[in-house]
Design a protein around this ligand. Structure first.
Ligand SMILES: [Zn+2]
Length: 330
């Protein structure tokens, strides 16, 4: 049965009624359910209501008039500590999933500065990083064919003004699937590349590469190795070695990067974004809902994750300060 995908009209409809949205998010597990007996006075019970004096909207309050127990409904969630409304954050997330142009998003959400948008899109990318790190899945295995290659990113052929050095990226992809890894490498020597390879690719894999000598030790490391000499041919006529798939991946990844350059440190997060989109979102019946389940893995309000606690500690000193985007969330 085909699943009805949540489109912008559905989201808009849901976001029109704040209470409905909060209930929906609570049922989805993206916002905490703090109902039940008050833990403070142990006599009242907690109920959710709108608190218009706070930018964070809904608050759980104790029914006991003498008790002042209060819990912000957004606590420990994706929506916590932001001056944006929950519906604005939902829309930003939706726009990120569907790769809507930043200018359009800025206008639609009436965002004053670029910072808010940049920050939130970075948070979405952080969710991808987290999901991929958690899965930490190696590729390949006995008899499985894996193409490997390195490529330089960020180098401009016809640059004006500032010199752009770029970074070297090492990657591998299974021939029969879209499972892959991409990692920025400091150096392009054999030791560096082989240690990254060992981290990502299971022994017994059949490695396809060009003839570069950095890979000459692959056989000793427990891999089968076939090479193609690109100065002569695209596919090795004898052993069938070819690296077309990784090469088309380089082109696709490069096309997916922001057009006006990428900070060096952000490359890895753009790569995981690319992989998460390719591996999970593009093939999902509902990419937005799929991404919301990823967010829930990172920001589970019922059991705040270590990841979130780290952010909390980092922010302790300037707990009530605004960051550059006017958001309390970081
Ligand atoms: Zn109470």
């Amino acid at each position: 049965m085909a699943v009805r995908r949540m489109v912008y009209d559905d989201l808009y409809e849901l976001c029109r009624d704040e209470r409905k949205l909060m209930d929906w998010l609570e049922a989805f597990g993206l916002i905490g359910d703090f109902s039940g007996k008050c833990v403070k006075c142990e006599s009242g019970s907690m109920g959710k209501r709108k608190d218009s004096s706070r930018s964070e909207g809904y608050v759980w309050r104790c029914s006991n008039k003498k008790c002042n127990q209060k819990i912000v409904a957004r606590r420990d969630s994706w929506f916590f500590r932001s001056h944006l409304s929950v519906s604005e954050i939902m829309k930003l997330t939706f726009y990120w999933v569907y790769q809507v142009r930043e200018n359009f998003v800025k206008v639609q959400l009436r965002l004053g500065s670029d910072h808010t948008l940049v920050d939130w899109f970075n948070y979405c990318r952080d969710v991808c990083l987290f999901v991929m790190e958690e899965e930490n899945e190696m590729i390949g295995g006995p008899g499985i064919e894996v193409e490997i290659d390195e490529s330089k990113f960020g180098k401009r052929k016809f640059h004006r003004g500032r010199r752009v050095d770029g970074v070297w990226v090492f990657g591998g992809i299974e021939k029969e699937s879209n499972r892959m890894f991409l990692e920025v490498v400091e150096k392009r020597d054999a030791d560096t590349l082989l240690s990254v390879l060992r981290k990502w690719v299971r022994p017994g894999s059949v490695i396809h590469s060009d003839c570069w000598k950095a890979y000459s030790r692959l056989n000793e490391m427990g891999y089968e190795h076939v090479t193609v000499n690109h100065s002569k041919e695209f596919v090795n006529a004898e052993n069938g070695a070819c690296t077309n798939k990784i090469e088309s991946t380089w082109r696709a990844v490069k096309a997916s990067l922001p057009r006006y350059g990428t900070a060096k440190g952000l490359y890895d997060s753009y790569f995981v974004e690319y992989i998460v989109r390719k591996k999970y979102l593009r093939c999902s019946d509902d990419p937005f809902l799929t991404f919301l389940t990823f967010i829930r893995r990172v920001f589970d309000p019922q059991k705040p994750h270590e990841y979130f606690k780290i952010i909390e500690t980092e922010n302790k000193e300037n707990d009530d300060e605004f960051n550059s985007s006017g958001d309390l969330f970081l």
